[in-house]
Design a protein around this ligand. Structure first.
Ligand code: BES
Ligand code: ZN
Ligand code: ZN
Length: 504
């Protein structure tokens, strides 16, 4: 099957859609155009039309049995991410029809197409197409007896106009896309696992197995080491569960070594494998979703997978704090005061605000391991979902340069993060009468910011980026380009942020 992209050229609000095929093959465009009735295909994002090899298509020299038109939406909105989604749509359409071999016509601007296609390099275009295709491949039916196990065997990008340089670029992008998508799919597979399967110990085992395979150093510690390091904020969360916690440390060193004074990046992930809320227990409705409260950890483990294979010239240390948040006779209680590894005392007002507790020690520990720049990812607050919905994740930072690097990374990753403030005037929100700080805000207003302010304290003077992915880690609705379930959000952006520090 050959997939051909189309954009809607119509300008203006009430204008009729005008699909334009993104192909340099005039006869193919002509033939496909003739087969389509007027108005039959509007080129909306995710819209598809399947044409069988009719005479019109045959005479245009089409060798494929089927031609799939894939809408990318309005021409003016065309972007790398639209191409990613378009490729995903094509793969899912092929998959659902048991088509095993898929070729995508490399999108080429038609002469009258006034869209920024030319700005998209062949490398990034190929990478986005492969990523979109690979991410679309997966359905989370692992535990279903009627699972389909149907996959596209072969994905080819074809172009009529490619010269040698463009072909080289596209090949490099293709290879990179496979690596990035595999890392993101790995993160998604972790997030998909139920809490009874993916315990903190199991998360540690899977991270370790990945590291061994990818050639990364990895240590997985449990309660003893956590207590020895005086990570009492982390321990406060972990101690209410019969499942032991896991402190996972993964290290990547560039082959050429690390120059004196070179940055060391610290990646810190929230790995709550199930969040009941603890003694401040959550309502039953929707609690099953809290198996994905380790998506921040999964993002870091996934990013490390890609880092190991893409080998940027910068040292990276990833720290994952994995625990189960449970109510129990030994669980931490509201009102308890604990001392974090940094020495800061914390009044635990709500045991459901556990993510910031494990991250407090994770951030501090990453600094003791030499991190000069920090990034954390966490399904941290419902308040962030209230603020931004599910289309943007929260972005916070104490440092303009580190934040700018992250914002630049978004242009390649295509992910949506929206910056929220965490200026010092919010600090009073987490002031406690009896300890250095409390683990909730004074009230629920600006809850995502209160959580960020808490973490900021542990980042201290170290440049730090915080990602609150609570609203984006799980796709509540399936889309033409992606299945229902774990999204793998943040893997691509964290990876690009890391690469932006590469000395090369
Ligand atoms: N894991 C939750 C946050 C969450 C909410 C993740 C929705 C994914 C979807 C977090 O541990 C939590 O419960 N936070 C509380 C904090 C509050 C008690 C200050 C919240 O957001 O309600
Ligand atoms: Zn919680
Ligand atoms: Zn949580």
């Amino acid at each position: 099957m050959l997939a051909l992209f189309a954009v809607d050229l119509a300008a203006g609000k009430n204008a009729e859609p005008r699909p334009l095929l993104l192909t340099s093959s005039g006869s193919l465009a002509d033939a496909a155009g003739r087969v389509l009735g007027p108005g039959e295909f509007k080129a909306g994002l995710g819209e598809t039309a399947l044409l069988h090899a009719t005479d019109g298509l045959r005479s245009a020299g089409l060798q494929a049995e089927r031609l799939l038109l894939v809408g990318l939406g309005k021409a003016k909105d065309l972007s790398l991410d639209r191409l990613r989604k378009g490729a995903g749509t094509a793969v899912r359409a092929a998959k659902s029809r048991s088509v095993r071999d898929l070729a995508i016509a490399f999108p080429e601007a038609a002469a009258d197409l006034n869209v920024p296609l030319a700005e998209l390099s062949a490398k990034l275009t190929a990478r986005a197409l492969v990523e979109g295709g690979e991410l679309a491949e997966v359905d989370w039916d692992t535990y279903r007896s009627d699972r389909k196990d149907s996959f596209v065997n072969e994905l080819t990008l074809v172009s009529k106009v490619a010269d040698e340089r463009m072909e080289q670029e596209a090949k490099a992008g293709f290879a990179e896309g496979l690596i990035v998508a595999a890392a993101q799919n790995f993160a998604r597979s972790l997030v998909n696992e139920p809490g009874n399967v993916l315990t903190p110990t199991e998360l540690g085992a899977r991270a370790k197995a990945m590291c061994v395979e990818a050639g990364l150093a990895c240590e997985v510690h449990s309660s003893e080491k956590i207590r020895e390091l005086k990570m009492d904020a982390f321990w406060a969360v972990a101690k209410g569960s019969a499942e032991p916690p896991a402190l996972i440390v993964m290290t990547y060193e560039p082959a050429a070594g690390v120059a004196e004074g070179a940055p060391v990046l610290g990646l810190v992930g929230k790995g709550i494998t199930f969040d009941t809320g603890g003694i401040s227990i959550k309502p039953a409705d929707g609690m099953e979703k809290m198996k994905y409260d380790m998506a921040g950890a999964a993002a870091m483990i996934g990013a490390m997978h890609a880092i190991a294979r893409l080998k940027p010239a910068v040292k990276v240390v990833a720290v994952v704090c994995a625990a189960e948040n449970m109510p129990d006779g030994r669980a931490v209680k509201p009102g308890d005061v604990v001392t974090a590894m940094s020495g800061t005392t914390i009044e635990i007002v709500n045991t459901d605000a556990e993510g910031r507790l494990v991250l407090a020690d994770g951030l501090h520990y990453a600094k003791t391991l030499g991190a000069t720049h920090l990034i954390d990812a966490a399904t941290l607050t419902g308040a962030c979902v209230v603020a931004l919905g599910m289309l943007n994740a929260g972005l916070f930072s104490n440092d303009e340069a580190a934040c700018a690097k992250f914002v630049n990374a978004l242009a390649v990753s295509g992910e949506n993060f929206w910056r929220l403030p965490c200026t010092d005037d919010y600090r009073e929100r987490i002031a406690s009468e009896i300890a250095d700080m409390m683990n909730t805000g004074k009230n629920r207003w600006g809850g995502a910011i209160s959580a960020a302010m808490f973490l900021k304290e542990f980042a201290g003077e170290t440049p730090w980026v915080h990602l609150d992915i609570a609203g984006c880690a799980w796709n509540e609705e399936k889309k033409p380009w992606i299945a229902y379930g774990p999204s793998g959000v943040a893997v691509r952006s964290i990876l690009e942020w890391v690469r932006s520090y590469s000395a090369e």
